[in-house]
Design a protein around this ligand. Sequence first.
Ligand SMILES: Cc1cc2nc3c(=O)[nH]c(=O)nc-3n(C[C@H](O)[C@H](O)[C@H](O)COP(=O)(O)O)c2cc1C
Length: 186
Amino acid sequence: LGSVRAGRICPQVARWVAQCVPQDVDFELETVDLRDYHLPYDDESALPAHVKDGAYEQPHTRAWSAKVASASGFVLLTPQYNWSFPAILKNAIDHLYHEWSGKPAVIVSYGSRGGGKAAGHLRQVLDGLRMRAVATMPALPLAGKPMVDGQLADPGAAFADCVPALEAAFRELGAELRAPVGTPSA
Ligand SMILES: Cc1cc2nc3c(=O)[nH]c(=O)nc-3n(C[C@H](O)[C@H](O)[C@H](O)COP(=O)(O)O)c2cc1C
């Protein structure tokens, strides 16, 4: 979940996105909430890229490292904030290096017009980490979608047009997960 904001819609969107995983792909999704990982900016002295086997100085960094290291790939769900992705997500990414590197990822964005600028920035960051972001980047548009008490009234109706892109992205992720780390599947 790329948002920790009070009043966020991210968990609601994530629940709906997870329902769009086609039955013919053979991976399981686990929701990871950055609210469960408090990662200060200033308490690790080594460059993450120089830290081997999760041997960080702080227990919270080690916990985050273990969680990311345990995943074979990622679905990064990000809102668009001021034409980019949230600082909290960049901070969580920047705390680690080897735990991400070489692994595949799907970027799913949401925002007024789908959050494509956030997705584009995030893709550049993943490229820098030598991750394998799949080609399809579903972008879920919020503009004009009915809200009730700060949440989407009906995510399924709001994003019905996005289901084919989500299914395609998840199938691309499935193909990448079957390829050896560091080897593009196509
Ligand atoms: C600080 C901030 C900046 C935002 N900037 C944009 C933006 O540039 N483009 C956009 O489409 N929506 C923007 N929004 C609207 C968010 O995409 C929308 O509120 C979304 O629900 C945020 O996700 P969250 O509720 O899970 O935090 C912004 C929202 C916030 C809080």
